[in-house]
Design a protein around this ligand. Structure first.
Ligand code: COA
Length: 297
């Protein structure tokens, strides 16, 4: 195993693609987007790769994000070759050592369905099923149902600066929540696909939904895909139909923008049962990833 370097990225992308084809990894964005995401990644300190006879047999990247409960590291292993389970275990073990040494409060590993068996004796626990839910954008879409007493606006009229606060307030009680800055949340988002519901009288923000177009490679979905994210309603305005209204409106706008399919991600144990509302809007379970976690006291 040696430290990775930026020049390993094309070979790593090949490895990730083979995992997508085998159903072990959910999806992979286009190469320029992956490069953009990793533009400032510290390869020498935060990655390891294992070379095989025909390119890379394995690779692991470790990233981290701050949460109110401490830093949460994310270990992303990819393994092929003759002994993928052994390789995955070695890569994850390295990631765990790094995360602990760097002072993380917890480290997570997201793997495809049934791939976590190799991780059990590393002190990791299966904590969450993480769902991708999909619906087609062909044919009839659910009609957006406006909620009395609220108005729906988009990013072309709502001032920048209000989105992250709404997102952070809505998600404050979400599992492993980490606050986002306005720049992180809104990077690359088209204004007409960013939706917010305000109270009609005082203009107080009540709910948010952000949508964007994404193109995935070697993917069975019709492309481009409309990604629905940051679906959140602040607690005092919940269960009035706001999220359902915004998501239904988002689907129409995504189709107008060229999307042929819609996807969203949701915690399979979501305490506010967001998946029930998504099912009512025609979304169905498409991929279940496993989230394994180690906590460092
Ligand atoms: C999940 C979440 C976005 C739902 O927002 P919401 O505005 O309450 O959603 P809706 O009101 O459209 O739908 C929620 C439920 O209320 C019901 N509802 C809608 N109008 C209603 C009304 N007038 N009276 C009673 N119930 C109503 C809906 O049928 C739905 O029921 P279901 O859960 O059985 O499907 C919100 O709870 C939230 O922000 N949770 C924390 C963040 C989060 O987990 N987001 C999802 C990330 S994937």
């Amino acid at each position: 195993m040696r430290p990775g370097r930026a020049a390993d990225l094309p070979a790593l992308i090949e490895l990730w693609r083979s995992e997508v084809r085998a159903g072990h990894r959910d999806s992979l964005p286009r190469e320029p987007e992956v490069e953009g995401l990793l533009a400032h990644f510290d390869w020498a300190a935060r990655s390891r790769v294992e070379e095989g006879a025909r390119g890379l047999d394995g690779g692991v990247l470790v990233t981290s994000r701050p949460t109110p409960g401490g830093t949460v590291a994310r270990i992303d292993p990819a393994a092929s070759g003759e002994e993928p389970a052994r390789m995955m275990r070695d890569l994850v073990q390295w990631g765990l050592h790094l995360s602990r040494a760097a002072g993380a409060a917890a480290a997570q590993v997201w793997v495809g369905p049934g791939r976590g068996g190799a991780l059990q004796d590393l002190g990791l626990e299966l904590v969450r099923p993480w769902w991708r839910m999909d619906r087609s954008l062909a044919g009839d879409l659910p009609a957006p149902v406006p909620v009395n007493g609220y108005q729906l606006l988009d990013g072309s009229t709502v001032a920048k600066g209000s989105w992250a606060e709404m997102h952070n307030r809505s998600f404050a009680d979400h599992w492993r929540f980490s606050p986002h800055t306005e720049e992180e949340l809104m990077a690359g988002k088209a204004p007409q696909l960013c939706l917010i519901a305000l109270t009609a009288t005082s203009g107080e923000p009540a709910a948010v939904t952000l949508c964007q177009l994404e193109t995935y490679v070697q993917d069975s979905r019709p492309q481009p895909v409309g990604l629905v994210s940051s679906v959140g309603t602040v607690p005092e305005h919940r269960r009035r139909g706001l999220a359902s209204w915004l998501v239904a409106e988002g689907l129409i706008r995504l189709r107008t923008a060229g999307a042929r399919h819609a996807s969203l991600y949701v915690d399979g144990l979501n305490e506010t049962r967001a998946f029930d509302a998504y099912r009512k809007l025609g979304f169905e379970l498409a991929f279940v990833a496993e989230v394994w976690e180690a906590t460092f006291p």
